[in-house]
Design a protein around this ligand. Sequence first.
Ligand code: NAP
Ligand code: MG
Length: 402
Amino acid sequence: MDKIKMTTPLVEMDGDEMTRVLWQMIKDELLCPFVDLKTEYYDLGLENRNKTNDQVTVDSAEATKKYGVAVKCATITPNAARMDEYHLKEMWKSPNGTIRAILDGTVFRAPILVKGIEPYVRNWVKPITIARHAYGDVYKGVEMKIPGAGKVELVYTAADGTETRELVHNFDGSGIVQGMHNLTSSIESFARSCFSFAVDTKQDLWFATKDTISKKYDHTFKDIFQDIYDTEYKAKFEELGLEYFYTLIDDAVARVIRSKGGYIWACKNYDGDVMSDMLATAYGSLSMMTSVLVSPKGVYEYEAAHGTVQRHYYKHLKGEETSTNSIATIFAWTGALRKRGELDGLPELSAFADKLEQACIATVESGKMTKDLALITTLEHATPLNTQDFIRAVRETLEASL
Ligand code: NAP
Ligand code: MG
């Protein structure tokens, strides 16, 4: 069989620990035998980030802007313990944060559904994709402890020096106060990423805030979304039979629980933080969660939602057997390859991505799975496999389907 051709390279961002081990296995077993893989390689492993003073992360994000599609392995975000472990020159920032800032993107997370791993919410038969606005609000909040009686005000000083004031509270005694902000440009980018991704994946878009209580702050989010929808996306949504649906956050959570899934839920920063953890847990497994960063200009970076699975890596280093689930990392590759296929007019490449995804699902549904899934599956004849054997089992299923 001839290998499937690619025309434009994928931006390949290698990473750390157990996911770096998976990365190589996936390429060797599941990609290179079938696809004439073209990538522009960036080593985002912590050692190389340290060596290049993190320039490699910036370069990989710039390359993503240039080519349009990237696939990223999980990476370590350094903390104090990692400073010693890797003899770091600096506590380098989270690569995901750096890349997101350069691409100005929004992260969309969706679970991979398989029979035998049942969501806690029985009626969720389709994935719910969550989009979290990743700028501002309480994450850029400025806080004060108020020691005793006094007045707190918000003061805006315009460029010409004129002041506008708003009383926050006249304190009789001690208390606390917080000031937070967001930017019109950031909310607009968020909205455009959400509408584009909805069109791209042909799913309805839901958005919710607390605009009844927050009549200026949250209401601005609602208005910006509505304006951008009306002027830029309404026609496209109608053509595709899609719906943009705005409601109050309280109403949204109730509807989400009663829904069948199959839509994108756009969330403000805090809502997205909390709700994405709830959804990941409710769908059954963190190791089955995919993630894609979408820029308002339509640039895509695919990855798994989980981290580098450090505990498994230390076992692997000691020569012990591991059973690490590679599915979300495989889906990062298939997401990127499918998108490359769409952009470059290579239906064979997109079809291969579909087949590889189906092979992962069919393998699990046949009872062959890694330990994390074997522990929670409702299938009666599950066989737990080690890291390598699971990837080989996927390869066998894939070969049978090609
Ligand atoms: P983690 O890598 O997501 O793993 C947490 C635990 O979840 C694992 O110990 C494992 O549980 C289970 N798990 C996660 N993925 C799994 C998989 N594919 N297969 C089987 N089990 C899986 O989070 P962490 O250990 O807290 O973080 C490790 C490193 O990842 C940190 O340095 C962090 O900075 C980084 N991180 C990176 C990203 C990213 O690049 N996007 C995201 C999050 C974290 P058991 O140990 O019980 O088997
Ligand atoms: Mg969280």
